[in-house]
Design a protein around this ligand. Structure first.
Ligand code: TRP
Length: 334
């Protein structure tokens, strides 16, 4: 119906590190499927990125890059709201309020905090600890119904729901309690090419373990060809073949083929042929995106106009929720 209010989708990507095909398949690629039926906001979450040290010039550059990637992946900045988190002050403002509705104990249980504090033992700052609260603020500010994220963010959506429910219980209905949208099956989980029992990570020091969204075709093929596989030569999914299983997952995501189809396609062929085919399939999907991306990145003025217009649209929506919250908790306004 014309004037029936659409539901809202919110998601964000940090402008830290070079995005991997894991980030692409787990999150980014799924974003455009919602844009017809939902009001969508896709944010470049630069405030989350500074929970670990960032080089300022690099952070700035990557912020443009993620925005350009959003558009290159088919998101339309006239339709969806594509913007930068630090351009909308309400995120930090609501974040502070929600900090006061989040328990030390529950934040201590966040597995990402535990992981990240192990990896950054010399910089376990308070922002790293309250990271999930800022994420809750991102989502709750826009009354989002659905949050498409990778599997690793599930716990953060759960705490967001807990915070929303807690606030609503004290002050009456204020926030929509969001649902996660996690791509079911294998697409949500892409593993390292060097150690297939570990997740493919943006910050892996071994560059051969990671395929980047922006790697050129030859690099992609070379990395897949070097992927650790198991002894044997049969392309088949099995518990003792995590390397091949991971490549089958990736191939299946890019081609839409099932395990049975893949096994039939490579029956009697070796791992080498299969690995090359995975690289080709990956490059075939990402090549056109890279072309668009390069053109967009060369047009800074355009990207800046997108940032400006879209942060104004986001700020308008955010302010509505923030004022409601301020009123409910008893802040004065003049
Ligand atoms: N924490 C998310 C990640 O690292 C990024 C993020 C920040 C996010 N705020 C969000 C994702 C809000 C979804 C909704 O992937």
């Amino acid at each position: 119906m014309e004037n029936e209010k659409k539901k809202t989708v919110f998601s964000g990507i940090q402008p830290s590190g070079n995005l991997t095909i894991g980030n692409y398949l787990g999150a980014l690629r799924n974003f455009s499927q919602f844009t017809d039926e939902y009001d969508c906001l896709y944010c470049v979450v630069d405030q989350h990125a500074i929970t670990v040290r960032q080089d300022p010039a690099e952070l700035r550059r990557r912020t443009y890059e993620v925005l350009a990637l959003y558009i290159a992946c088919g998101l339309d900045p006239e339709k969806s709201i594509l913007y930068v988190q630090s351009h909308v002050p309400a995120h930090a403002q609501l974040g502070w309020v929600l900090d006061c509705f989040t328990m030390f104990g529950e934040l201590s249980r966040m597995t990402q905090f535990k992981d990240k504090s192990q990896k950054n033992a010399d910089n376990i700052n308070a922002g790293l600890f309250t990271y999930p609260v800022l994420m809750a603020a991102d989502i709750l500010l826009y009354q989002a119904d659905l949050v498409p994220v990778g599997e690793d963010q599930k716990q953060h959506i759960e705490i967001t729901r807990d915070i929303a429910n807690r606030f609503n219980q004290v002050y009456g209905p204020t926030f929509t309690v969001p649902e996660p949208f996690i791509k079911s099956g294998s697409g949500a989980k892409v593993q390292s090419l060097a150690e297939p029992e570990k997740k493919m990570s943006k910050s892996d020091p071994n560059e051969n373990a990671v395929v980047r969204v922006l790697d050129d075709k030859d690099t992609m093929i070379r990395k897949f060809r070097r992927a650790v596989t198991d002894s044997g030569s049969e392309v088949r999914r099995a518990d003792d073949k995590p390397g091949i299983g991971n490549l089958m997952t990736i191939y299946s995501c890019f081609t839409g083929k099932t395990d049975e189809q893949i096994e039939a396609e490579f029956a009697g062929k070796g791992y080498g042929d299969f690995k090359t085919a995975v690289g080709e399939a990956c490059a075939a999907e990402l090549g056109p995106i890279q072309e668009k991306y390069k053109k967009l990145l060369a047009d800074k003025a355009y990207l800046e106009s997108v940032m400006k217009n879209n942060s104004a649209r986001a700020a308008y929506l955010a302010r509505k929720t923030l004022s409601k919250v301020y009123r409910k908790i008893g802040f004065t306004s003049v």
